[in-house]
Design a protein around this ligand. Structure first.
Ligand code: NAD
Ligand code: MG
Length: 414
């Protein structure tokens, strides 16, 4: 179990008492990227920032470069590169500017990099995250979509490169912390699935857990992006509102922990204080609790196998008057049933599930699609494309492109 993580104890990692570690952040201008910088800022004695990257938010990337003086900065949008280069020059910055996917691959795989935070949103993060994994980095995985699209290829690369793959998704980070530590620190001692009764993957239920279902079709992007507990990027916020996010996380967990979907139960926990649990056969249930703040899993993974401060306040037990749980309503959240089926299907289904969702969410955010039609687009895309088992990056990208094309044509007809 947890092949990726099992191998780690034997691997020499820069840490606390050890040498400094050099960090690249893929997606530094996003929600996870900014939280990562906040944690790094609190530990200047341990980490050097090697590279930052952004898609289009060039002002923020410049601001981050002026603060951090990284060796490299990557801007994906080439039309912004000249402006940024001039600003670097004006400021006398020695940061070298790279552009596009080639630049992302370079900062993910450079020999001088120890740790890569994979925090690009969506399929756009696949290639660079895979580059980090293939070159044996300590990879902090926020970009769940890359694992959903390319799980088998990804996990094979982790094993053969001896990369350290640590989950940043709060639920997966919690599960990782609740799994038997012997399986994480001794590669010869695999966790026996016979010891684990189930993994309880928790989710808040998002902003529409109690909204009357008849009102779903009128939901606006602003309402969908107003998550009750977490502050996140817009795509994952919409995914949380449809619970597609929990569906993606179910698939993500199967790859990360090398287990079958049937071992994983999804449980709603509206307060987002417990971040997931592992139930053992003797009836013991281990849970990881904490404030809903991504700096906790980020600090955990950066320092792992040690611990360091995340800057997050302790839980206030007196203020916590109730922790409640409920089973998800599959009529309200059809994405969960679809995800479970997809998790048991050919890998092409996961690619289509992810791609169609990305296209549909973008259309919804652009006010071109209703909230309820997001799931319609995903379901119809899955029905229209035959199953296959693409194993190379090129073949995975081909299925992804086909799914995007089909999803676009479905949206055009709705
Ligand atoms: P975000 O939208 O706030 O940030 C996305 C980042 O990706 C930005 O830096 C953006 O510049 C970059 N990016 C977007 N498209 C790109 C492209 N085509 N090429 C290069 N860079 C591109 O998203 P986020 O909320 O930080 O989420 C990032 C990832 O982390 C997602 O996969 C999400 O599912 C995952 N995640 C986020 C949270 C959270 O609390 N925000 C929690 C768990 C997992
Ligand atoms: Mg999560």
């Amino acid at each position: 179990m947890v092949h990726s993580i099992d191998q780690q104890a034997s691997k020499k990692l820069p840490s606390y008492s050890d040498q400094r570690a050099s960090v690249s952040i893929l997606g530094s201008t996003g929600s996870i990227g900014q939280s990562t910088l906040a944690v790094l800022a609190a530990h200047p004695e341990r980490y050097d920032l090697y590279a930052l990257s952004a898609n289009t938010r060039v002002d923020l990337l410049l601001e981050q470069c002026l603060t951090w003086h990284p060796n490299y900065a990557v801007i994906n949008d080439s039309s912004k590169a000249d402006w940024l280069a001039i600003e670097f020059k004006k400021a006398g910055l020695s940061t070298e500017l790279l552009v596009g996917e080639v630049g992302l691959d370079a900062i993910a795989s450079d020999d001088q990099v120890d740790i890569v935070m994979a925090a690009i949103v969506g399929a756009a993060g696949l290639q660079s995250t895979l580059a980090a994994v293939t070159t044996g980095k300590k990879v902090l995985l926020a970009n769940k979509e890359s694992l959903v699209m390319a799980g088998p290829l990804f996990m094979t690369a982790v094993k053969s490169s001896n990369a350290v793959l640590l989950p940043i998704d709060s639920e997966h980070n919690a599960i990782f912390q609740c799994l038997p530590q012997s399986s994480l620190s001794d590669s010869t001692k695999k966790t026996a699935f016979t010891e684990i009764k189930k993994i309880l993957l928790t989710g808040s239920g998002g902003p529409f857990r109690t909204l009357p279902i008849r009102e779903f079709s009128e939901v606006t992007p602003e309402q969908a992006c107003s998550h009750p507990n977490w502050s996140m990027g817009r795509k994952i916020s919409v995914d949380s509102a449809t619970m597609m996010n929990k569906g993606l996380e179910l698939i993500e967990a199967c790859y990360l922990f090398d287990c079958k979907p049937s071992l994983i139960e999804i449980l709603l926990h509206p307060q987002s204080i417990i971040h997931s649990m592992v139930e053992y056969v003797d009836g013991s249930v281990l849970a990881q609790l904490g404030q809903p703040d991504m700096r906790i899993p980020i600090a955990h993974a950066l320092a792992w196998p040690q611990r360091m401060s995340s800057g997050v306040q302790s839980l206030d037990w007196q203020a916590l008057n109730a922790l409640s749980f409920e089973s998800p309503d599959l009529q309200r959240f059809p994405s969960l049933a679809i995800a479970r089926q997809v998790a048991n299907d050919a890998i092409s289904s996961s690619i289509i599930f992810n791609a169609a969702n990305e296209v549909a969410v973008q259309s919804f955010l652009d006010n071109r699609l209703s909230f309820t039609d997001i799931i319609t687009v995903v379901e119809e895309s899955l029905a229209k494309i035959p199953s296959s088992e693409p194993s190379s990056l090129i073949d995975i990208k081909t299925v992804d492109e086909e799914a995007r094309r089909i999803a676009g044509s479905i949206i055009a007809c709705l």
